[in-house]
Design a protein around this ligand. Structure first.
Ligand SMILES: C[S@@+](CC[C@H](N)C(=O)[O-])C[C@H]1O[C@@H](n2cnc3c(N)ncnc32)[C@H](O)[C@@H]1O
Length: 237
């Protein structure tokens, strides 16, 4: 009994220490730059996102994306950070993924993570702003994004750009915090509000279970309609 209590104490101490450091990381997280908010300490985010909370996030999300993607689909991940989701999509499902992130340091980490991986299929990463994506029109079948849209300075412009680079009939899957009070974050605005100004058709909005049994995320599915011209929506300045 005493041994069990000591083991529990040690485990609680380790978990508590880890959680406290994670809380510290998230609280000191953001640095505002032109285009959005980047993570202040990308290397620490990389390590913690891989080991702690976000690993549990990417498994179900990668499976969801793989169900939505044709085997030969070209996938764009916007705000790809250290590239763990893109790595899973390429490594576990053999999908063709390009990640784009505003922060050159994050792109450097994502490239290093991909280079270290033993998976034969590797994602690519480029530096760019969601609001002016460095890709030609109609060059992707599916766009995805996790925990990033609330960092973008101009979310509606980012969604309009996603519309531009999607082929007609292409889809976008966006996971972001639901509106309201979110632990360790400022009050979140409704992520669906930007969607209406981005020119993509709203297919569905569902709450997403993460972390653990909580439902802090919203999954938004959007579509670029197969008809219609290539012109994007009118965006207010
Ligand atoms: C909280 S991190 C999420 C990273 C990754 N998607 C994940 O789920 O771990 C937010 C990311 O969005 C990126 N970001 C912020 N503004 C951006 C913009 N305008 N365009 C592209 N990426 C942006 C940041 O550099 C950062 O890597």
């Amino acid at each position: 009994m005493i041994r069990r209590l000591i083991s529990f104490g040690i485990l609680a101490g380790v978990a508590g220490g880890g959680a406290a450091r994670f809380v510290h990381l998230v609280r000191s997280a953001g640095r505002r730059v032109p285009g959005g908010i980047v993570i202040a300490n990308p290397a620490q985010y990389d390590a913690w996102s891989h080991r702690l909370l976000l690993g549990s996030l990417f498994g179900p999300i990668a499976a969801d994306i793989a169900r939505a993607a044709a085997p030969d689909a070209r996938i764009l991940e916007v705000g790809s950070g250290p590239g763990h989701l893109a790595g899973r999509l390429a490594g576990d499902y053999g999908l063709d993924v390009t990640g784009v992130d505003l922060d050159p340091a994050m792109v450097g980490l994502a490239r290093a993570n991909a280079a270290r991986s033993t998976n034969p299929v590797k994602p690519e990463f480029v530096v760019g702003d969601a609001a002016s994506l460095p890709f030609p029109d109609a060059s992707f079948d599916l766009a995805v994004s996790t925990l990033s849209m609330h960092h973008w300075a101009k979310p509606a412009a980012g969604l309009a750009e996603i519309r531009r680079v999607l082929r007609p009939g292409g889809r976008a899957l966006v996971w972001d915090f639901r509106s309201g009070r979110i632990p360790l974050h400022r009050h979140m605005l409704d992520p669906v509000a930007s969607v209406h100004r981005g020119g993509l058709e709203l297919v569905s909005v569902t709450s997403w279970r993460w972390p653990w049994r909580l439902r802090l995320l919203t999954r938004i599915e959007l579509m670029r309609s197969a008809e219609g011209g290539t012109g994007g929506p009118h965006l207010d300045p």
